[in-house]
Write a protein that binds this ligand. Structure first.
Ligand SMILES: Nc1ncnc2c1ncn2[C@@H]1O[C@H](COP(=O)(O)OP(=O)(O)OP(=O)(O)O)[C@@H](O)[C@H]1O
Ligand SMILES: [Mg+2]
Length: 441
């Protein structure tokens, strides 16, 4: 019988606490952040490592859903004085250029379940309590089911925000705190979660703005790609004190956490499909600890098992899936990026593989770098000509970009997406490249 692989595995952000695994330390830090009356929570880490999923769990905990904390063995951290919130969740995009754009967007976001506008008290607007998780008993938030007698009346709000957007934002927040947070839901504070915060081009002043807006009844949580906080908040000195309890670095998963992804999937499949220990171990080793790759490989294994009518996934099935990855059949999105990057140049293809195989770890931030001088040495052995002609495409935005120059020194590069770097390593270059000293990411 065919099994829908999506039941157990997903490439989406994890909202449902029952699907979320591991991260006990990060959850503990987030809880501490939630319990500090005036702090800021800042979640940061590499691309695709699981930041947004963690931020969604912060939202769950904030509204009083503590199932995940119980699962992570942190029940003893919950008490009657654990602070509770109403929440706003917003995902930034590159069209937000600066602080003003950000607050304008926040004031105009009409999302029924996550937007700020939904919480502004207004005649005719109908709000209902709802649970973000399947279980009704878990913590409740508010969502709009009716925006007002004449439908969505954002023009009315837009007029209010014409001049001083930060002041309008303050006014909105004040009325939300008074009416919804305190009076209606009897919560301690409003929590504004901002995902993909790193894409805001000009972050000047945002840190100090957040500082001035934060209070015991308004808290911010920001999340984005970065190797440290300064990548997330430019004027981070201004928020340093707010961050004493709330800076949360999300790293790659350890073996036990990857095992939990598979044990959780088995439960979601109601044991209709099982994974052998050595199969999971093999997946872990190939995933570099990135839950995204673990989920994708899991999904492909289930599809492969269905084709073979097997109900147990062993190392042989994993090898078959890795064979499909090698030939480019398994992961179409990553494969498209791979083909776009190399274009029609076999030399660029080899160069890309040589670069992906490099793994110099910068001792200061622990991030992987590619040193061009090392690649040059290997390139001549591999018959790669014209490195300087083949490299630029890999840096061009139009074709990825696959790599960025590291600011620290000339000739040092970094893969923009570490998952793509892992994919290139798994992909076949006719002969597989083995370079001495290469360690897993
Ligand atoms: N705790 C977790 N348990 C199980 N799977 C997870 C967990 N965290 C993340 N994942 C999986 O990892 C993948 C990436 O997750 P997510 O989108 O949260 O990462 P991200 O760091 O926000 O990525 P990006 O940098 O692209 O925004 C998804 O497939 C998600 O299902
Ligand atoms: Mg994300």
């Amino acid at each position: 019988m065919a099994i829908d692989a999506e039941i157990g595995f997903t490439s989406d952000v994890i909202r449902d606490p029952t699907r979320f695994v591991g991260r006990a330390e990060a959850l503990d830090d987030c809880l501490k952040g939630l319990n500090t009356p005036t702090g800021l929570i800042a979640v940061y880490g590499k691309r695709g490592v699981g930041k947004s999923s963690l931020l969604r769990q912060v939202q769950q905990m904030a509204v009083g859903d503590y199932r995940l904390l119980k699962k992570a063995g942190l029940s003893h951290k919950i008490s009657n004085s654990t602070r509770t919130y109403l929440t706003v969740y917003y995902t930034c995009d590159s069209l937000i250029k600066n602080a003003d754009d950000l607050f304008t967007r926040l004031c105009n976001d009409q999302n029924d379940e996550d937007g700020l506008l939904r919480l502004i008290p207004d005649d005719g607007k109908e709000l209902v309590e709802f649970s973000r998780a399947k279980e009704i008993s878990s913590g409740a938030d508010l969502k709009v089911v009716k925006w007002g007698a004449k439908g969505v009346e954002t023009s009315k709000y837009a007029r209010a925000v014409e001049n001083d957007i930060v002041q309008s934002f303050r006014n909105y927040v004040e009325s939300i705190v008074q009416h919804q947070v305190k009076r209606r839901m009897k919560r301690d504070s409003l929590l504004i979660l901002l995902d993909e915060f790193d894409v805001i081009e000009d972050k000047a002043g945002i840190g100090s703005m957040i500082k001035s807006l934060s209070s015991p009844s308004v808290k911010f949580a920001i999340c984005g790609i970065g190797s440290d906080l300064s990548d997330l908040v430019e004027d981070h000195q201004s928020v340093e004190r707010l961050l004493e309890e709330g800076a949360v670095n999300v790293g790659t998963m350890n073996e036990a956490e990857v095992f939990s992804i598979f044990r959780t999937a088995e439960l979601l499949f109601e044991n209709a499909i099982l994974f052998c220990d050595d199969a999971i171990k093999e997946i872990f080793l190939n995933s570099g600890g990135y839950p995204y790759l673990a989920q994708l490989l899991g999904k492909e294994c289930v599809n492969q098992a269905t084709r073979l009518q097997a109900s147990s996934i062993d190392k042989t099935i994993v090898s078959m899936v890795l064979g499909d990855v090698k030939s480019g059949k398994a992961f179409p999105t990553l494969e498209r990026q791979y083909q776009t990057a190399i274009g029609d140049s076999p030399h660029r293809k080899t160069l890309l593989h040589l670069m992906a195989a490099q793994n110099y770890i910068n001792p200061y931030d622990g991030a992987a770098r590619v040193l061009l001088k090392d690649v040059r040495g290997d390139a001549s052995d591999w018959g790669v000509e014209y490195i300087d002609q083949n490299l630029p495409r890999l840096l061009e935005k139009k074709y990825g970009p696959i790599l960025v120059r590291s600011p620290e020194k000339q000739g040092v590069y970094e893969f923009v997406n570490p998952i793509f770097q892992l994919y290139v390593r798994l992909r076949d270059l006719q002969q597989s490249i083995s370079i001495s000293g290469v360690r897993p990411l």
